[in-house]
Design a protein around this ligand. Structure first.
Ligand code: EPU
Length: 345
């Protein structure tokens, strides 16, 4: 079913809780709806530019959206199929809430998605931006991504390697394919045999010796709840900035500025290291600071929040720019936003 609404309040479409209006919102509940929406090229339901969004948990609307927002509500119950004795495939609609899928998978005792528990957003967007947490990325689990090609108006599919995944990226986010494909459903490979991934942070010490997926899910959610703001109470889009990988020269330079043992770092392969962006932001004195209606979350400075509930997009962008230049001035490192800006052109 296709639903077309005009002059829609943006607050229902972004977890930052930013106010504004979208000229048109087109939601659909079935992948076949895309056949009719795109049957004759540009159609009358399109007004202005067209942007497809997911749960709105990783976007920042730059003002009102004078165009058409497309949103999937393909959220039929996930379909589980036995692939082999120990492997199960699950196919979930792009509009399903990712955490509902994680809950269902864990409740069946299946392994794969437990470390991704508690991440806001929809399944389709998860596959577009390769969500990751606690040492697992969704790309590690993807068997195939089922797609609609808006240029050819046909359904197709891609394997994980065809999706060109990297840290929070895929071919769907990069030119020249950005905007061409719409994810209709995602098929993940799950295991019946235990494959706990506990090497990240303190996860291993928080769970029992032989944890079930449910137990890991519970602990992951507890860790997230402890550190990250609940967007329903304080608007935010999760990590606002990406983490960075640097070469050893940059790492040595940073070590020379502070007590070397103070610099958190993790191997990133090829002689490179990951230095948490949150640590650099904190060292620049931003933790808990606010500017206009926006603020840096006290418990996790990678997250910017709509502190007053009335922040404007420009409050958030100003804070972003000030943080980027201050990290650059202090450490010589240019950090990048992870959140995607949605503007009219
Ligand atoms: N790190 C490791 N191994 C570890 C622990 C940390 O490599 O055992 C690295 C991380 O990869 C990262 C850095 O150290 O480069 C900092 O890690 P931390 O646990 O402090 O997490 P974070 O940077 O605050 C990232 C994700 C979160 C995700 C957490 C937990 C980004 C931008 N953010 O946050 O994702 O929940 O790790 O895995 O990568 C989001 O994307 O919105 C988000 C909340």
């Amino acid at each position: 079913m296709i639903k077309i609404e005009d002059n829609v309040d943006l607050r229902s479409l972004n977890t930052f809780g930013l106010q504004g209006t979208a000229q048109r919102l087109v939601t659909y509940t079935d992948q076949k709806d895309l056949d009719s929406l795109f049957a004759h090229g540009k159609s009358e339901w399109q007004t202005g530019p067209v942007t497809h969004i997911g749960g709105g948990s990783n976007i920042l609307f730059i003002g009102d959206y004078d165009g058409t927002i497309l949103k999937s509500e393909i959220s039929h119950p996930p379909v589980f199929t036995e692939e082999s004795e120990n492997t199960v495939l699950v196919t979930a609609g792009a509009g399903m809430t990712m955490d509902d899928l994680c809950a269902e998978v864990a409740s069946r005792g299946l392994w794969g998605t437990e470390n991704l528990s508690g991440i806001p957003g929809q399944v389709g967007a998860a596959a577009v931006q390769n969500i990751g947490a606690y040492g697992v990325e969704i790309a590690d689990l993807i068997e195939r991504v089922n797609l609609f090609d808006t240029k050819k108006a046909t359904h197709t599919e891609m394997t994980a390697s065809e999706c060109g995944y990297g840290y929070r990226t895929s071919i769907f986010k990069r030119q020249p394919l950005k905007g061409q494909y719409i994810v209709t459903s995602v098929t993940l490979r799950l295991s019946r045999l235990p494959v706990p991934r506990l090497s990240y942070g303190h996860l291993a010490v928080r769970v029992s010796a032989f944890p079930a997926p449910q137990e890991i899910r519970r602990e992951v959610i507890a860790m997230r709840d402890n550190k990250l703001p609940d967007w329903r109470k304080t608007g935010n889009a999760g990590s606002y900035f990406k983490n960075v990988e640097t070469d050893m020269a940059a790492y040595d330079r940073i070590c020379s500025m502070v007590q070397p043992e103070e610099v958190p770092h993790y191997p990133a392969g090829d002689g490179r290291v990951k230095i948490p962006t949150a640590w650099m932001i904190e060292k620049c004195g931003w933790k808990g600071r606010s500017e206009g209606g926006a603020a840096v979350w006290q418990k996790q400075p990678l997250v910017l929040v709509n502190a007053t509930g009335n922040a404007s997009w420009s409050d958030i962008v100003k804070l972003e720019e000030n943080i980027i230049s201050s990290v650059h001035n202090k450490f010589g490192i240019t950090i990048e936003p992870e959140v995607e800006k949605i503007r009219n052109i």
